[in-house]
Design a protein around this ligand. Sequence first.
Ligand code: SF4
Ligand code: SF4
Length: 370
Amino acid sequence: MSRVIVRKASYEYRSLKKHVFEMLEAFIGDAIAGNSRVVIKPNLLAPAAPDRAMLTHPLVVRAVAEYVLDRGAHPQISDSQAMGSFRKLLQVSGIAEACEGLDVTFKEFEESVEVDVGEPFHRIHLARDAMEADLLINLPKLKTHSQMLMTLGVKNLFGCVVGFRKPQWHMRTGIDRELFASLLVKIYRTLRPAVTILDGILAMEGPGPGKGGIPREIGVLVAGDDAFAVDAAVCEMIGLEPERLLTLRAAMNTGFSAGAVEREGSLPRIDDFRLPRITPVIFGPPWAHGFLRRYLVQRPVVNASLCRLCGDCCKYCPAGAITRESKAVAFDYDKCIRCYCCLEVCPHGALKAEEPTLGRVVAWSMQKLK
Ligand code: SF4
Ligand code: SF4
């Protein structure tokens, strides 16, 4: 039976460290050996300050690194960011400063090993450091995601797909969110971190996962030996049916049961947590798909007054659907697969996911007819 520990928490370091140490002791106290190499995988996708709630908070990362050092092991903090340098990311995120004075290795995931994750994906490349670590610690952020609804424990490990292989996988799974969710589940099950600690102290709600998301104080840390159990606890906390989180649905189809999780500590109940609005990417008869996608379905849009034409979104878009125009970027919605990678990488918060006006009118009318 898997186990989850929930603690009310803040970023006040003494109490935070106490909670993190207790959680790690409960889950890896027996497994961590002196001199072992422990890879810590926070959410470090793109440079952002802690108050944006995009990344795992630097003090959570510090507390985990301190625990690993206390146990005589060696902590390595790693991820594969989408844009910019890893050094800059460590500075902007506050992690470099938070870990000052600790004997920690910071290392971007660069090298991959090929693993066979089975049907239908078979061979995929995952970060060598994560695959070959003596222990892997997963440190996700509690935040929303305009394609996958939420990005929690299971999805955090997509960061172990190195560099531009990430958008390539988005492209290969295309507009099929369920297929992408099953890829995330395969990656999680291949890497199998020893423990997941989710930072839900300052979470993100609304149109995440990038700077368009809205920070929201929830004040909770959730830890578990199984990230599915951690993600299921978050669903319960925010009143989200677990089947709506596609990674959990895929896990439930292959044996995971949220009922078979032992829980210690009480979950707060958040009744008004704002999820991103997600519409089907494709529906209706095939002859109408082009029209429906163009005029009814949610898509990325740019706020031209915030766009600085840096080109990061154009470089990262797996579908080649973004071009620079004179005042802002423009989208080819026929090519766009609605992965929302562009929202995640935009350093200026200029992008958000939005339904076209006609789509909003149709959704409103259907709601009235119910
Ligand atoms: S435009 Fe944005 S949402 Fe569309 S495919 Fe490119 S990165 Fe993904
Ligand atoms: S939308 Fe964002 S990432 Fe894209 S060019 Fe404008 S500022 Fe850069």
